[in-house]
Design a binder for this molecule. Structure first.
Ligand SMILES: Cc1cc2nc3c(=O)[nH]c(=O)nc-3n(C[C@H](O)[C@H](O)[C@H](O)COP(=O)(O)O)c2cc1C
Length: 191
C-alpha cells in the first residue's frame, strides 16, 4: 500500500452511527479479530510495556453488555446511543489498558508515570483499528461508557484491565453526516 493510500484510508474513516447487525458478506469475525490483534500487538507503547488489551463482543454478550449500560442510564435521551449499539450494531471492540503492565514500568520509574502514560497508545490502537475496519466495509462509532462496560464485563476479563473505549461496529447504513473543518494549517518552521 502506498503512503498516499494509507493517508486516504485515515482521512476516509468516519463516525457512522447508523449500522445494521451484520458483517459485510466477504468479512469474517476472524478477520476483525486479526486486525484488532495486530494493533494491540504492534502499536508502540512507552518502554515497550505493551499495556493495551482488547476483547471483541458479539452476539448475546454484545447485547447484554449494552443492555446493562442502557439500564444504568437514567434519562430516555441518554439511553438512545447504547440502545442503538445493542440493537443495530454487530459487535463491539472494547479497548483496555492493563494496570498490572503499567505498574511494572511505574514501579521502576515512578517519576515517569504522568509523562509516559497519557492515553496515546490506546488511542492509536482504537483509531488504527477503526480505520482498517472501515477499509473492510465496516462502519463504526467510538463510545466511552467505560465504568459501566467495565462493570458489565466483571469476571470475564482480568481485574487489572481498565476500559478505555468501545468501538461499536456493523455494516454501515446510509452515509455519515457532513463534517466541517477548522482552518488549521500545519507549517514547516525553520531557522
Ligand atoms: C478520543 C475520541 C473520543 C470520542 N468519544 C466519543 C463518544 O464518547 N461518543 C461519540 O458518539 N463519539 C465519540 N467520538 C467521535 C467524535 O465525535 C468524532 O470522531 C468527531 O466528531 C469527528 O467525526 P468523524 O469520526 O466522522 O471524523 C470520539 C472520538 C474520539 C477520537
Amino acid at each position: 500500500m502506498s503512503a498516499q493510500n494509507i493517508v486516504k484510508a485515515f482521512t476516509a474513516r468516519r463516525t457512522q452511527y447508523q449500522l445494521s447487525k451484520a458483517l459485510p458478506a466477504d468479512v469474517t469475525i476472524e478477520q476483525v479479530q486479526s486486525i484488532v490483534q495486530d494493533f494491540v500487538k504492534h502499536v508502540p507503547t512507552s518502554f515497550n510495556s505493551q499495556t493495551i488489551r482488547a476483547v471483541i463482543l458479539t452476539g448475546a454478550l454484545h447485547e447484554s453488555v449494552w443492555q446493562s449500560v442502557v439500564e444504568a442510564i437514567p434519562t430516555e435521551y441518554g439511553k438512545k446511543r447504547p440502545t442503538s449499539a445493542k440493537e443495530e450494531a454487530y459487535g463491539t471492540v472494547v479497548f483496555f489498558d492493563d494496570d498490572e503492565a503499567i505498574k511494572t514500568i511505574t514501579d521502576k520509574f515512578p517519576a515517569y508515570f504522568n509523562a509516559v502514560f497519557p492515553p496515546t497508545s490506546n488511542g492509536a490502537a482504537q483509531i488504527g483499528t477503526w480505520t482498517v475496519l472501515s477499509e473492510l466495509g465496516l462502519g463504526g462509532h467510538l463510545q466511552h461508557y467505560n465504568g459501566l462496560v467495565e462493570k458489565a464485563l466483571a469476571g470475564k476479563v482480568p481485574e487489572s484491565w481498565r476500559v478505555q473505549a468501545q468501538l461499536v461496529f456493523g455494516v454501515p447504513v446510509g452515509t455519515p453526516a457532513e463534517k466541517e473543518f477548522i482552518d488549521n494549517e500545519v507549517k514547516v518552521l525553520s531557522e
